[in-house]
Ligand binder design. Structure first.
Ligand code: SAH
Length: 213
């Protein structure tokens, strides 16, 4: 995505009560962070946070953690959360590669990936958030019955992700559609910032749901 430096965003993140700073120390202790043992759903690459914030508002009995590597977009989510003060939503600024350092086995109930970076060059394939390498990381944190739900308008990335689901020993495809907005899965669909933009342009949105075998 195109990034603009937002002056002061690092300070805003450091000072916000809604960002987790010592995230590796929370591993195995997320119940204490939220003060309850409700299920934990995470979004990796949440950008400005519209999707996860809407979910957190709609589902007070689910805890949400939004993960984003860039301060300049995360700061927008923090600004919204400072108005809303949702008790079931926290953010972490981190690189998702290290996700297994932040959540213990079985600590996460669902993983959302929305409009993840495509990394079009073959040599960067393992950086894609649906690569077998990332699926392996998700196995370390996700409950056995937990799902990964992925949306994108990028057909190449979606096809790659279908292949990876096939290749990954411990994963299987539960369902998928190449046109979410004209499918049964659109019911209850929460739009992300990117999704709004791509739907306006007339792009079809692909969606898949993966589960562990
Ligand atoms: N989910 C949002 C933003 C999509 S753009 C939406 O649908 O509107 C993808 C976002 O993922 C970017 O903000 C990017 O910085 C973040 N991202 C990509 N790879 C990441 C990684 N490895 N770790 C953390 N965040 C990542």
């Amino acid at each position: 995505m195109r990034l603009r430096n937002v002056p002061g965003s690092r300070d805003t993140i450091a000072e916000s009560p809604f960002t987790i700073k010592d995230e590796t120390e929370k591993k195995g202790n997320w119940k204490e962070v939220f003060g309850n043992d409700n299920p934990i759903h995470i979004e990796i690459g949440m950008g400005k946070g519209q999707f996860i914030m809407t979910l957190a508002e709609q589902n007070p009995d689910i805890n949400y953690v939004g993960i984003e590597k860039y301060s300049s977009v995360l700061v927008r989510a923090i600004e919204k959360q400072e108005e809303k003060n949702l008790p079931n939503l926290f953010f972490i600024r981190m690189e998702a590669e290290n996700i297994a350092d932040v959540f213990a086995p079985d600590e996460v109930d669902r993983i959302y990936l929305n409009f993840s970076d495509p990394w079009p060059k073959d040599r960067h394939a393992k950086r894609r958030l649906t690569s077998v390498q990332f699926l392996g990381r998700y196995e370390h944190i996700l409950k056995k019955e937990g799902h990964v739900i992925f949306k994108t308008d990028n057909k190449d990335l979606f096809d790659f992700s279908l292949e990876q689901a096939e290749l990954a020993e411990n994963w299987e495809l539960l369902n998928h559609t190449f046109d979410l907005h004209n499918s049964e899965y659109v019911e209850g669909n929460i739009m992300t910032e990117y999704e709004t933009r791509f739907v306006e342009k007339g792009n079809a949105i692909c969606r898949m749901e993966l589960k562990q075998k």
